[in-house]
Design a protein around this ligand. Structure first.
Ligand SMILES: [Zn+2]
Length: 73
């Protein structure tokens, strides 16, 4: 029997994990901050939340298209 309680919500409810979890404002992808310590006391935390680097707008690299058509500056 697999323990299915270790869902994303299970991590998000724990403040020790929550403070390292980030979410892309565009696509909603979850990940962990690059500076998150390897010692987060949560089973499979690093597996569930790969390192996700967000820019100053909170957008991940996949969503930050260099050739974005919205030249709205
Ligand atoms: Zn994204």
């Amino acid at each position: 029997m697999r323990d299915e309680t270790r869902t994303r919500g299970w991590f998000l409810r724990d403040p020790r994990c929550r403070k390292w979890i980030v979410q892309c404002a565009a696509c909603g992808l979850f990940g962990r901050k690059p500076e998150a310590p390897a010692s987060v006391p949560k089973y499979r935390f690093e597996e569930m939340f790969p390192i996700l680097k967000l820019d100053e707008l909170g957008v991940c690299q996949h969503c930050r298209e260099p050739s974005s058509a919205s030249a709205d500056e």
